[in-house]
Design a binder for this molecule. Structure first.
Ligand code: NAP
Ligand code: HSE
Length: 438
């Protein structure tokens, strides 16, 4: 089948990330979507600027209307930002029968009602997962995953730059201006970083979340908004002494009288999971009547996390254009004819670290014997604990942590350990996962 053709408006942090993710994961994305997705044209202001993505195969222009009017293009992805030029471009794309994907929360919060009406009339899709909480699929979770619930309230850390600044101020005592400059360099901040610092960006996002949670029109002007610029290291210190952390939250709550929508710095008890969401990470806590509380966590800004959400929207649109309308989302996520035959590994081939707990004879050389068995199996030891044995005991408790190895290596070592005269009784094995990378 022919690839679906995409036109990008904007080739900065998110535009560049989107090109890179589509290129790197193109094959896998096509297996999910049912068709390849190809970026054929992109617009930017300065065509001589160095980009974070390759552009040789993309026709570049400074005229965004050229992209929007290009008859070859099926989907326009708006990644310029703001709500003047972007609004005109999106409305023109819709009028031209093109589907739209955008990461622009200002545009959706301020002009979404108008844009959705135009899209509805024209029969095209407008998708905006990347507009809230970067890579976290929070729109999909609320709109689809929690569709059976009455949502009571939600509270989120929904500005990555603000959280990055607060975390660095609180954990490293770094000055505000220096951390903000880092956030800008890393591509987290808005073109006008005042939007991040003064809570406007979070208010745009909260506007969207409140609408999809409670079924109300987008009403940005009703959000109470306070930023983080007045928070001092002293406030952070006092809050800490009282058992709290200060986080910048967007809160939307259904009450008997109406909907609360507010964005402000907030003291949160340190034991709450959301209080440990640090750096550029975002999290949204949703309280729903059937589900109870659920927490959605992930990177809230940056090129590829945001591109992840943009590409997910592209896949949604392509599936709707391409696949069986009764089975828009394939049962197993990939199209039935693209299911892979890659083998499932036997447990022996799994790789993990281990905690071992054993009783051993309390005499010289025993630890060496055990370490030799592990070493012979190619297992390296990360830590050893030997609690002092009770007075007069002939045995000692030995606890070891190992580095990651194949299960088969550990099976071989355990079988050998069981034959050692010095190892008294069975060895307890618990697998260890650090869950912080591969
Ligand atoms: P960016 O790095 O500043 O990129 C904006 C791009 O738009 C640039 O390529 C710029 O061209 C181009 N552009 C600006 N005005 C233009 C115009 N009038 N005509 C044509 N091109 C124009 O911004 P970004 O961080 O990628 O953000 C893009 C959108 O995604 C914004 O709505 C933002 O709020 C949203 N978003 C960003 C993130 C993030 O982590 N950065 C996360 C979620 C959502 P030049 O490069 O030539 O200047
Ligand atoms: N400037 C925004 C933030 C980008 O820092 O959260 C992601 O929406």
């Amino acid at each position: 089948m022919k690839p679906v053709k995409v036109g990008l408006l904007g080739l900065g942090t998110v535009g560049g990330g989107t090109v890179n993710v589509l290129a790197r994961n193109g094959e896998e994305i096509a297996r999910r979507a049912g068709r390849a997705i190809q970026v054929v044209q992109a617009s930017a202001r300065d065509l001589n600027k160095q980009r974070i993505c390759p552009t040789e195969r993309i026709r570049l222009t400074t005229d965004s209307m050229e992209v929007v009017n290009n008859p070859e293009i099926d989907i326009v992805v708006e990644l310029i930002g703001g709500n003047s030029v972007a609004r005109d471009l999106v409305l023109k794309a819709i009028a031209n029968d093109k589907h739209v994907v955008t990461a622009n929360k200002a545009l959706i919060a301020l002009n979404g009602n108008e844009i959705f009406e135009a899209a509805h009339k024209q029969g095209v899709m407008v998708a905006f997962e990347a507009a809230v909480a970067g890579g976290i699929p929070i729109i999909k979770a609320i709109r689809e995953g929690l569709a059976g619930n009455r949502i009571e309230w939600l509270a989120g850390i929904i500005n990555g730059t603000g959280n990055f600044i607060l975390t660095a101020m609180s954990d490293e005592g770094r000055p505000f201006a220096e951390v903000l400059a880092d956030a800008q360099r890393l591509g987290y901040a808005e073109a006008d970083p005042g939007f991040d610092v003064e809570g406007i960006d979070a208010a745009h996002k909260l506007t969207i979340l409140a609408s999809i949670a409670f079924g109300i029109p987008l009403q940005f002007d009703k959000v109470y908004t306070e930023g983080i610029s007045k928070i001092t290291p002293e406030d952070i210190g006092y809050a800490d002494r009282l058992g709290y952390r200060i986080k910048h939250l967007g809160i939307a709550r259904r009450t008997a009288e109406g909907i609360e929508m507010r964005v402000h710095p907030t003291l949160i008890p340190r034991r709450q999971l959301i209080a440990s969401v640090d750096g550029v990470m975002n999290a949204v806590l949703v309280r729903a009547d059937a589900m109870g509380p659920s927490l959605y966590y992930g990177a809230g800004a940056g090129a590829e996390p945001t591109a992840s959400a943009v590409v997910a929207d592209l896949v949604d649109v392509v599936r709707a254009l391409t696949t069986d309308p009764n089975n828009r989302v394939p049962h197993l996520a990939f199209q039935p004819d693209a299911i892979s035959s890659v083998p499932v590994l036997a447990m022996e081939e799994a790789k993990t670290a281990y905690y071992l707990n054993m009783d051993a004879a309390d005499r010289p050389g025993v630890l060496g014997e055990i370490a030799t068995v592990l070493g012979d199996a190619g297992i390296s030891i990360e830590a050893v604990v030997q609690p002092e044995p009770p007075r007069g005991a002939a045995r000692a408790r030995l606890i070891l942590l190992t580095h990651r190895v194949h299960e088969r290596q550990m099976n071989a070592a355990l079988s050998k350990l069981s034959t050692l005269e010095a190892v008294l009784g069975p060895v307890t094995r618990i697998r260890v996962e650090h869950l912080n990378g591969d």
